[in-house]
Design a protein around this ligand. Structure first.
Ligand SMILES: NC(=O)c1ccc[n+]([C@@H]2O[C@H](COP(=O)([O-])OP(=O)(O)OC[C@H]3O[C@@H](n4cnc5c(N)ncnc54)[C@H](O)[C@@H]3O)[C@@H](O)[C@H]2O)c1
Length: 392
């Protein structure tokens, strides 16, 4: 069986990597740039820093700062309108996964045209997008290196997953110093998202020899650095470790796949607007326990990398320790059960959980899981995650 591996052609990492913005844009031949970002990046002054650098280099800069968390088709259309109106020839994305994903979709809309929804699924983009340079500020989704964009279809309340190599950024500037400002809650949520990428990439039915080492290194770095970054937001070693983990996790899952956690998490985000990292975190222990039997050796490897088990433990014991360890990590990071997440109300949850299960199955991600669930099993897992998870 063959496997394809795609990542951006240029990835610059390390403290100050984002200062490469202007030279990298010059290499791309960009003259008129659309900066795609969000309101926080503007209010924090970070957007202005990059705007000034580009303006001082003689570039025309237009800004679209209307991306909302979990970006929508309306956000993308507005960005595309600005791109055309300002006659731009390149895009810079600044922010977390939301601005990066919105920018990816704007980049392909600019060359392929509407309708956006036809790109949902796998390998549906006909033409390469315009040059896209991304600067992540969360660690994170790994979107800076993935061929994936997730955009909410506001008509049907579905998070559309698009995967195509034309969604890859051209350049990623991965600068951990931009993550010092993340508050502990955001650090926890996006950090468990990163961990989920590493775990799902490693246990996926589509895991490859190229993605395995990236996934395991992602998990190793999260184990070492997440809780320190959460406690000490300005700890450079911890922030650097988490930033690298996010980028490695992105490379891994984008070329392997995500699985059941992400499949079930997207409908929670689409319906209840629970932040993406949090909706993964609340599902991870229950889904891991459900999936253990399909890839016991691989889950045991993860438990050992996370120092939850040793080589003296049987794979079965290591798997059980992994489930308990993931639940304990959520507790230490103050991750609430699904039922205690803001906006998730029991009555509505009971009405929509069948649709959420159907949408999860339709996304294709559960089919990559070590154990492929039925829709009824997905509903049972939603119910389990709703309450505080009990490891035994
Ligand atoms: N394309 C991919 O490969 C991929 C992978 C995983 C998730 N996603 C998508 O990414 C989105 C989530 O992205 P995210 O978790 O990075 O969050 P986000 O981009 O939605 O940002 C969340 C909040 O954090 C703020 N923020 C960002 N950087 C900050 C910083 N340095 N300091 C303080 N606040 C900061 C933002 O302004 C926003 O208010 C979801 O839509 C999810 O579906 C995409």
């Amino acid at each position: 069986m063959t496997a394809q591996f795609n990542i951006p052609s240029t990835i610059v990492t390390g403290a100050g990597a984002s200062a490469n913005l202007v030279p990298q844009l010059a290499r791309l031949g960009a003259r008129r740039v659309l900066l795609v970002t969000d309101a926080f990046m503007v209010s924090s002054g970070l957007a202005a820093r990059f705007q000034s650098a580009m303006l001082n280099a003689g570039l025309h800069v237009a800004t679209f700062d209307g991306v909302q968390p979990d970006p929508t088709d309306a956000n993308v259309r507005e960005g595309a309108r600005r791109f055309a109106e300002e006659k731009c020839d390149a895009i810079v994305a600044l922010g977390g996964g939301s601005p990066m994903d919105a920018a990816k979709a704007v980049a392909i809309l600019a060359t392929n045209g509407e309708p956006l929804s036809r790109f949902q699924g796998y390998h549906r983009v006909e033409r390469a997008g315009v040059p896209l340079l991304v600067i992540p500020t969360t660690a994170g989704t790994g979107s800076e290196v993935t061929k994936v964009a997730v955009i909410t279809d506001t008509k049907c309340d579905v998070k559309m997953m698009m995967l195509d190599r034309y969604l890859l950024p051209t350049v990623a500037l991965v600068d951990y110093e931009l993550t010092f400002s993340m508050p502990p809650t955001l650090t926890a949520h996006v950090g468990v998202d990163t961990l989920t990428h590493g775990i799902e990439a490693y246990v996926s039915r589509k895991a490859t020899a190229l993605t395995d080492p990236l996934a395991l290194q992602c998990i190793r770095l999260v184990t070492e650095h997440l809780e320190t970054a959460w406690r000490e937001p300005h700890n450079p070693a911890a922030r650097e470790g988490m930033m690298l983990a996010a980028t490695l996790g992105g490379m891994a899952f984008s070329n392997s796949s995500v699985a059941l956690v992400h499949g079930m998490s997207r409908p929670i985000g689409a319906v209840f607007h629970v932040p993406h990292g949090l909706s993964n975190a609340v599902l991870l222990p229950a889904v891991t326990r459900f999936s253990l039997s399909g890839a016991l050796k691989r889950y045991a490897d993860i438990a050992r990398v996370m120092r939850l088990a040793t080589s003296a433990d049987s794979d079965a014991a290591a798997g059980e320790r992994l489930v308990a360890g993931l639940a304990a990590l959520n507790t230490r990071l103050d991750v609430p059960p699904l039922g205690a997440c803001p906006g998730v109300e029991r009555g509505r949850f009971d009405v929509v959980k069948d649709k959420m299960a159907a949408d999860a199955m339709a996304s294709g991600s559960p089919q990559n899981n070590p154990v492929v669930p039925t829709p009824q099993q997905i509903v049972a897992l939603y119910d389990e995650a709703y309450e505080r998870f009990l490891a035994d």
